[in-house]
Design a protein around this ligand. Structure first.
Ligand code: UFG
Length: 336
């Protein structure tokens, strides 16, 4: 084993896929999770996929004393910090929940990592920090727009907090990974996304409609300035995304220099909502019940990544297609 990597939120959607890829690369993930938006069975599923049972520390990442007492004897080589609240709409209704969970946890973890001399830190950020970019594809140098939601603001603020730690010269080595739209599930169909209640995101809404949990999908607007009038996003398979995290932490572990950098993680291609629906129907041989409805507040018209920096820095690019992601998402839905 190459060393223990702390994975906060490791039972969650992206966290669980990252644990699998860490194990595949010879690391030993140590999960911290409070199961506020994840299920315990995920830990067993990771073992089913990899043959390795992850260590689990159950608790809340906002609690610095809890973190310190549990982490100080672990001899961690790095930390990948996923634990956060992530529902954009909810964040406007419950901003303090988001500031507490997302900011306080990041501050607590950074403080504990500093105390235990573990400088290697990968942060789960989002392309939401760009808002509607002026130029597409969006590079890491694009301007940061005022956030559309408290959720988005927490991602911007956490990036600033990490940058301040770097500027303070205490030796932190960190990447903030700005995800575009993660979709899909593990090809084993043993782990995947588990949305709480009615899904906000497109692909879980599609799969739940296809299986009959939802009567109909509403496409939020077809009067955008795009070829078919629906919004364009960069949909990335969660397994590709997970692999990028492993490359990122590995790079930090082997490097001797303090660093803070932000890296886009996407495919580099944009797809419209209608293209995603058509692709889902085609690859899975299903007709989807959908209608065109009004625009959703806060949606940007189009955004997709320039991923050349990820390729240069991490030697990473996506390997899986939109079709594979939609097939895996459907196979996962069928197991639920
Ligand atoms: N959409 C629909 N119908 C639905 C759900 C979504 O038409 O029922 C459309 C949206 O309008 C949008 C596209 O599908 O055009 C994608 O929407 P998602 O909600 O899946 O994803 P978003 O791009 O809105 O949000 C994602 C992440 C956020 C992150 C944001 C950054 O979920 O965490 O990207 O842009 F902040």
């Amino acid at each position: 084993m190459k060393g223990k990597v702390l994975v906060t939120g490791g039972a969650g959607y992206i966290g669980s896929h990252t644990c699998v890829e860490l194990i595949n690369e010879g690391y030993e993930p140590v999960i911290v999770d409070n199961f506020s938006n994840s299920e315990r069975f995920v830990i067993d599923r990771i073992r089913e996929i990899t043959g390795v049972k992850c260590s689990l520390i159950e608790g809340d990442c906002t609690n610095q004393n809890f973190l310190e007492s549990n982490l100080k004897s672990l001899d961690l080589v790095g930390c990948i910090h996923f634990a956060a609240s992530k529902a954009v709409g909810e964040s406007s209704k419950l901003p303090l929940k988001y500031y507490h969970n997302n900011i306080a946890s990041t501050v607590a973890i950074l403080a504990v990592l500093e105390k235990i001399n573990c400088p290697n830190f990968v942060f789960s950020s989002s392309c939401t920090v760009y808002g509607q970019p002026d130029i597409l594809p969006v590079t890491e140098n694009s301007s940061i727009k005022p956030a559309e939601s408290p959720y988005g603001r927490t991602k911007q603020m956490c990036e600033d907090i990490i940058r301040d730690c770097y500027n303070a010269g205490q030796g932190i080595k960190a990447f903030a990974l700005r995800y575009f739209n993660p979709i899909g599930a593990h090809p084993s169909a043993l782990i995947g996304e588990l949305p709480l209640g009615t899904p906000n995101n497109l692909v879980p809404f599609i799969t739940q409609t296809a299986i009959g949990k939802r009567a109909e999908l509403t496409v939020f607007g077809n009067d955008y300035n795009t070829p078919d009038g629906t919004c364009i996003r960069d949909y990335i398979h969660v397994v590709d995304l997970a692999k990028a995290h492993v490359k990122a932490i590995k790079k930090l572990i082997v490097s001797n220099e303090s660093v803070f950098d932000v890296i886009n993680l996407g495919t580099g291609h944009g797809n419209s909502v209608l293209e995603v629906i058509e692709s889902f129907e085609k690859v899975n041989g299903i007709r989807l019940n959908y209608k065109i409805g009004p625009r959703r507040n806060g949606d940007v018209e189009k955004v997709y990544a320039d991923c050349s920096y990820a390729k240069d820095t991490l030697n990473w690019k996506t390997e899986l297609s939109l079709e594979e992601a939609l097939k895996d998402a459907w196979n996962w839905e069928k197991t639920l």
